[in-house]
Design a protein around this ligand. Structure first.
Ligand code: NAP
Length: 249
């Protein structure tokens, strides 16, 4: 039973990945810290939706989730980490200048943007690889990163915590891809940038974005899934943009 797992499923992008995957997978696990429902995912779909209240920054919860999955006949073929944070209502905001930098906001950024991917990998990578082997396909672990996390692409400065937490995420993904080649031979690990997408994360920063460069979640997910669905083992360790072009680390 072809299975996809989406983390950050209550987010603007995560939710849309869930909706898309329900058209293509037998089972979709929508993992979120929230105890909300997904009644707004409407229409016919082939897959069964499983809502899981899992906090991916809490290892105990990931471990219980992995044990649940491992004890059943789910062939995990796709894992997407769509978690991330740029601002919140308690003072987290992208820094305009170095004087705005502080420890608390940097730690929040690392928590939401950096550590979730390695924790998911630690607990679920073996299940992805087993599922891919059984389905005779490539298992894909895709993490939502951001172009501003690219060190070589940084021309504007600012946004210290978000940039650095995504750059660290990128290094973790690259490092995981090296181990994956050796240990999880049926799987690939990639970073992907969605483009500026109309969600609560980008909302405060949309004013100067030309209309044609502000994507709906539906469009961004359709484009990203066209990339993800064509990932092969040779693509592991790459950093993709939404349109399939490569971004320098
Ligand atoms: N929107 C854009 O323009 C844009 C551009 C570039 C990159 N991205 C990246 O795309 C991804 C999705 O963003 P989005 O636009 O969908 O944002 P969003 O609507 O704010 O959703 C982000 C989700 O991340 C999860 N999350 C946030 N902080 C967390 C924490 N501390 N621990 C665990 N989970 C946490 C939450 O999911 P739950 O509450 O369900 O657990 C939240 O719903 C992020 O990685 C973001 O950096 C977005």
């Amino acid at each position: 039973m072809k299975t996809a797992i989406i983390f950050g499923a209550s987010g603007g992008i995560g939710r849309e990945f869930v909706a898309y995957c329900l058209q293509k997978y037998d089972h979709v696990f929508a993992c979120t810290r929230q105890s909300q429902n997904f009644e707004t995912i409407e229409g016919e779909h082939q897959g069964a939706l499983h809502l899981m209240q899992v906090n991916p920054t809490t290892e105990r919860e990931l471990k219980v989730f992995a044990q649940f999955l491992g004890g059943r006949e789910f062939n995990v073929q796709l894992i997407i980490n769509a978690c991330g944070v740029l601002h919140d209502q308690d003072g987290l905001a992208p820094e305009k200048k170095i004087e705005d930098f502080n420890v608390e906001n940097f730690e929040k950024s690392v928590l939401g943007n950096t550590i979730i991917t390695p924790l998911i990998a630690k607990h679920l990578m073996h299940l992805l690889d087993k599922g891919a082997k059984q389905l005779n396909t490539t298992g894909v672990f895709a993490s939502l990163s951001a172009r501003v996390g690219s060190i070589s692409d940084n021309y504007l400065g600012g946004w210290y915590s978000y940039r650095a937490s995504k750059a660290a995420l990128n290094q973790l993904i690259k490092t995981l891809s090296v181990e994956t080649e050796r240990r999880f031979k049926h799987s690939a690990v990639i970073a992907i940038h969605p483009g500026t997408t109309d969600t609560s994360l980008s909302k405060p920063f949309q004013a100067n974005v030309p209309a044609e460069k502000l994507f709906t979640p539906e469009y961004a997910i359709r484009k990203m899934m066209a990339v993800i669905e064509n990932v092969t083992l040779d693509d592991s360790g790459k950093f993709y943009a939404w349109d399939g072009s490569l971004i320098e680390w």
